[in-house]
Design a protein around this ligand. Structure first.
Ligand SMILES: [Fe+2]
Length: 359
């Protein structure tokens, strides 16, 4: 199929999606049988934390060996949030009437009587902590396999220096995926920090490999945006590559290489990882980790990059929340162009998963 024909069809499909919710519209149905990032490891302590994931409230806390327990955040007795209780040993004690739950979700004691009602248990969720991320499996626990966790090795590798942060965005998860897969928006939304005219002007190449969408953009002799000028100290024009690998539906890695224009060496490399975790149908947790292989011992570089990265995400939050507010039913009229190919491929894969799941 000629690209022009594909794009015409894509555009036609989008218009149809706006009316019917077909496979090219912005997805918002949940896919529970995947690993999602529930938190950054440093957020979880012996004081329980409540986090809503895929519309389910979850209480997360550390047990005595340093592991993490995740329980449905509602006591079966009177539905009080367990995250308002306290941790004793490995158990979570409800702060309302003292029902006590093990990390498995089994209730081990209730106040004033010896027998524990059989129904007084809560759901527990498989959790894996790896690198800075706390991964959770919200679907069928029998299908949870840690080897399916998307590749995030740079954030675990001491040879790379990593910093993390997170935000919650008031938009459906599909909008955040769209944003991350079409980086031409850097030229406009992030023109003060990371966008230069080269980004929007340079064509992309895309590829689908199983459940991974790859989007690549190679810029030669390009302007160096403030983010990378400050981080690398490179003066003058640069060669800049952006290679995205998005593992449907929830994990995105942008590999960036920055080098002085014409320099054939390894350059300065950054891996920008985003974990996209639906909170509700209309809000999304955005966890990120930035790993770099240069200036690895320089805290000043970490602080500068961290501040700019926070500002970049804040700019996206404003844009995405404006879009969500205008189209609360998610039926966003759209006309697609070449640069949307990666995002459209991701939508199709997600819609296929949603259809398979409902079947
Ligand atoms: Fe952005």
């Amino acid at each position: 199929m000629q690209p022009e024909t594909a794009l015409r069809e894509a555009a036609t499909g989008i218009v149809a999606a706006a009316r019917t919710g077909s496979r090219t519209g912005i997805p918002d149905d949940f896919l529970p049988d995947h690993w999602y990032v529930a938190a950054l490891g440093h957020e979880i302590s012996r004081t329980p934390v409540r986090r809503v994931i895929l519309d389910q409230p979850v209480a997360l806390y550390r047990i005595q060996d340093g592991g993490i327990a995740a329980l449905y955040d509602r006591c079966p007795h009177r539905s009080y949030p367990l995250s308002r209780g306290e941790v004793r040993g490995d158990a979570l004690v409800c702060g309302y009437h003292g029902f006590t739950f093990e990390p498995s979700g089994a209730c081990v004691s209730v106040p004033g009587q010896a027998n524990v009602p059989r129904a007084a248990c809560v759901r527990s969720y498989p959790v894996v902590e790896s690198g800075p991320f706390v991964w959770i499996w919200m679907g069928d626990p029998g299908k949870a396999d840690a080897s399916d966790i998307p590749d995030h090795r740079w954030a675990c590798d001491p040879a790379w220096t990593t910093f993390t942060n997170s935000a919650t965005v008031g938009c459906r998860y599909g909008m955040l995926i769209d944003n991350l897969l079409d980086l031409s928006h850097e030229t406009y939304i992030h023109r003060a920090t990371i966008g230069t005219p080269d980004v929007a002007q340079t064509p992309i190449a895309t590829e689908v490999d199983g459940l991974t969408v790859k989007v690549s953009r190679q810029m030669r002799n390009a302007q160096c945006p403030p983010f990378y000028a400050k981080a690398t100290g490179i003066d003058g024009t640069i060669d800049r590559s952006q290679d995205i690998a998005f593992s449907v539906p929830a994990f995105y890695v942008l590999s960036v290489r920055i080098a002085a224009a014409g320099d054939p060496g390894p350059g300065c490399n950054v891996k920008i990882m985003y974990a996209i975790t639906p909170e509700t149908k209309r809000s999304t947790h955005d966890f990120w980790a930035l790993s770099r292989d240069f200036a690895t011992d320089q805290d000043r570089v970490t602080q500068t990059m961290g501040q700019i990265q926070d500002a970049i995400v804040a700019e996206d939050v404003v844009a995405l929340e404006a879009l969500e507010a205008d189209y609360p039913d998610g039926r966003v009229p759209e006309v697609s162009i070449n640069v949307d190919r990666g995002a459209l491929q991701a939508r199709r894969l997600i819609h296929d998963l949603i259809r398979t799941q409902s079947a």
